[in-house]
Design a protein around this ligand. Structure first.
Ligand code: BDP
Length: 720
């Protein structure tokens, strides 16, 4: 008996460990699940069309490509797939860059000039009555991208008959910005600690580094800034550069370049100089030597990302110089090696409290055309700071002679951390599709940043990473979709977010239509839900202080006026909202006249941006006939209802999803629902003090007092 019990105990422990392992694997595998196909009809089709792989390259990258193709096909089709180096037999998939293809095959492929250096071509061809699918490119990394694209066709149940695909990225720098500190904390990180284990590097190469590179490559991300924009100069010392080099070696075959943040005062802090003045010859030399030292270790080092004279970071202004002086000095240091400087435009002055939204434009637009060729100015999507909704940043329509790159935030600093399900590609797409009217109708933000408008060669999109060392990488299983979607949009800024959601769901969970349809709708709606329960009708930056967790519209005691939520909503007895129109700060004048007119006029200003641009009375009539107060309250309620709907949708998916991820998302949605109600109640109680009006019918009564909400404190909220 005793023996049996012990036995049972051991078995149950083993089962537990096993289930733990499968859970970890499911979550960990992201959108590269390569689940075995269950649709018999499809399987037999794929089965017939895929006999083996012919891999023609011989680099590390081409090995990665053929291994990936083999792994994906074997798993999804459930059969052995051989990799050969010679073209024999029928129905093989040939992979290799142009240089490795016979002239006969090259002729079948046609014009390689339809793609750029990172693009790929996938084509079904037949030679001497034999059928092949060729995945080719100008370079090996293009072949790798082609392989992921081909696998995605099968992952998403698409046909692989008569393929003729040519695709290439529209931007050159598709990059993650890690706000990771050397002590492994992550600024605004909600998925654990930093992936980079500096202590064990360079000797210990964590499998995660390889899997990270693979995941990025699978969506076309080709760069990573390893360190926080609030930079530490130590990363530029030999002790750390050796570790950076080790990571660069891991990432290289996946087509990923490493970049670092440069602390402007590094020449003083680690160089022993007395100044960091960009016009000082010793300083310029110090950076030149530093660049040479880095490139000696990492010949394909990408360059530097710089946050200067922003939120207390050092910069050229400390020496009476300007952003152009600083950026161009660094640009000269990396130029001989082909490096770039990504200079951030996220600045707002502590001496001008008039309107923070105007400051980056005011400071940077006069510099248009003055930066060196290898400088790209990195601009956040909106003029304040990664809010649930912001109108597009006016700088995108105002610097035609300067390469501008987009900075999105994938980590959800202002959108519920990694607890709330919010599908960000919907937000990204809204910004990218906004019309700047820079050169007439149709000059969208996407066209500005992909260079098609200005013909600039240097183009890019950055995303502040949401990745940490959590088992599932991003904290929330659905936050993986934001990493995925960021990559897809960086590749093609005109991609539709619904297509992205569809792809991601199929690759990550299931191809069942009964699952896809409702869950895709839920994802698409999730962005509007968070806007509704946090900051409807153009409200912004009313999160609690410092950590930005939860509502804090009452906060008014911070040292800088523009750090206070009260500065942004300006609620008083007369109404609410920030008047940025002609009668106010005139921030609207920073847009092209066509856009300015729309935003400036109360009648034409989209209601979603109303309180961003206008201060309106509580009785102001909205388009649906409601007063502003009632409309605002109803929006908060709508946000809560939307989360309830998300819960209902998810609860019906149990049979399509593995138990662990199902449960995880279920628990997270429950927290999101509670927090949505918290947002609604706290904000409405606070604003009600000014409106003096009752809640309209249909809005649930708060169960706690305003004092209670104000008393909540979160000294250990993550990411701060
Ligand atoms: C703000 C964050 C802060 C960042 C800053 C930045 O709160 O942690 O350092 O942006 O982008 O959103 O530099």
């Amino acid at each position: 008996m005793h023996y049996q019990k012990k036995h049972l105990f051991i078995i149950s422990i083993m089962l537990f460990l096993f289930s733990f392992k499968t859970m970890a694997q499911k979550d960990y595998k992201l959108w590269l699940q390569y689940d075995k196909k269950t649709n018999a009809e499809l399987v037999s089709k794929y089965f017939k069309d895929v006999q083996g792989i012919v891999s023609l390259g011989n680099t590390e990258t081409s090995k990665i490509a053929s291994n990936e193709l083999q792994l994906g096909l074997q798993n999804m089709l459930g059969k052995d797939i051989q990799v050969n180096s010679k073209i024999e037999g029928d129905k093989n998939i040939i992979i290799g860059s142009k240089a490795f293809l016979s002239l006969e095959i090259q002729k079948e492929i046609g014009n390689f000039e339809v793609i750029n250096d990172e693009g790929f071509i996938i084509k079904s061809i037949s030679i001497k009555n034999k059928n092949y699918i060729v995945i080719t490119a100008k370079k090996d990394v293009g072949v790798l991208y082609g392989v992921y694209n081909f696998l995605r066709l099968i992952q998403t149940d698409k046909s692989i008959k008569n393929l003729n695909i040519a695709d290439a990225p529209k931007t050159n720098i598709r990059i993650l910005n890690h706000w990771d500190n050397l002590d492994r904390t992550v600024e605004r990180g909600y998925a654990g600690f930093s992936l980079w284990n500096w202590q064990k590097l360079p000797g210990f190469i964590d499998q995660r580094y390889i899997d990270y590179a693979r995941a990025n490559a699978s969506v076309g991300i080709n760069g990573t800034v390893l360190t926080n924009v609030n930079a530490n100069a130590l990363i530029l010392t030999p002790q750390y550069l050796e570790k950076v080099e080790a990571l660069a070696n891991v990432f290289r075959p996946y087509g990923i370049k490493v970049y670092l943040t440069a602390r402007f005062s590094a020449p003083i802090e680690i160089g022993g100089l007395k100044t960091a003045d960009p016009k000082d010859a010793d300083v310029a030399n110090w950076w030149k030597n530093k660049a040479a030292e880095i490139y000696k270790r990492i010949p394909d080092f990408g360059g530097f990302l710089v946050k200067a004279n922003s939120e207390g970071q050092p910069g050229p202004q400390n020496y009476g110089r300007d952003h152009v002086d600083g950026a161009n000095m660094l640009a000269d240091a990396v130029a001989p090696f082909g490096g770039v400087i990504m200079w951030r435009a996220f600045v707002y002055s502590e001496h001008d409290a008039n309107d923070r939204a105007k400051q980056a434009y005011a400071e940077f637009v006069p510099y248009d055309g003055k930066f060196k060729d290898n400088v790209i100015v990195q601009v956040k999507n909106g003029a304040i700071d990664f809010q649930p909704r912001e109108p597009f940043h006016p700088m995108f329509g105002a610097m035609p002679k300067t390469p501008l790159m987009m900075e999105f935030q994938i980590t959800q600093e202002y959108l519920g951390f990694s607890t709330h399900l919010v599908f960000l590609p919907k937000l990204f797409q809204e910004v990218l599709a906004s019309d700047t009217y820079q050169k007439g109708k149709g000059t969208t933000v996407a066209k500005v940043i992909d260079g098609s408008l200005t013909k600039t060669k240097l183009t890019g999109i950055a995303g502040v990473s949401n990745i940490g060392n959590d088992l599932n990488w991003t904290g929330h299983p659905f936050a993986q979709a934001n990493w995925y979607g960021f990559g897809r949009l960086a590749w093609n800024p005109e991609l539709d977010s619904e297509v992205i959601a569809d792809e991601w769901l199929r690759c990550t969970f299931s191809n069942e239509e009964n699952f896809i349809k409702p869950v895709k709708d839920m994802m698409i709606e999730s962005r509007e839900a968070v806007v509704n329960y946090m900051t409807p009708l153009g409200l912004h930056h009313i999160m609690d202080t410092g950590h930005h967790y939860g509502p804090g519209p009452w906060v008014s005691n911070l040292s800088r006026p523009e750090w206070n939520p009260t500065y942004y909503h300006k609620a008083d007895k007369n109404g609410i909202g920030f008047d940025r129109s002609k009668t106010g700060t005139n921030a609207t004048s920073q847009y092209a006249p066509e856009v300015e007119k729309i935003f400036d006029n109360l009648e034409t200003c989209p209601e979603q941006d109303l309180l961003w641009f206008h201060h309106v009375s509580w009785d102001y009539k909205l388009k649906n006939g409601q007063t502003l107060w009632n409309g605002l309250a109803l929006k908060y309620q709508e946000g809560v209802n939307q989360v309830k709907d998300m819960q209902n949708t998810w609860n019906k998916t149990e049979k399509y999803v593995d138990a662990d991820r199902f449960k995880e998302v279920q628990m997270l949605l429950e927290i999101q629902y509670k927090e949505a109600k918290w947002w609604r109640d706290a904000c409405l109680l606070y604003f009600q003090q000014y409106s003096g009006k009752d809640l309209p019918a249909g809005v649930e009564k708060p169960t706690q007092s305003l004092e209670y909400f104000k008393s909540l404190k979160f000294p250990f909220a993550p990411g701060n």
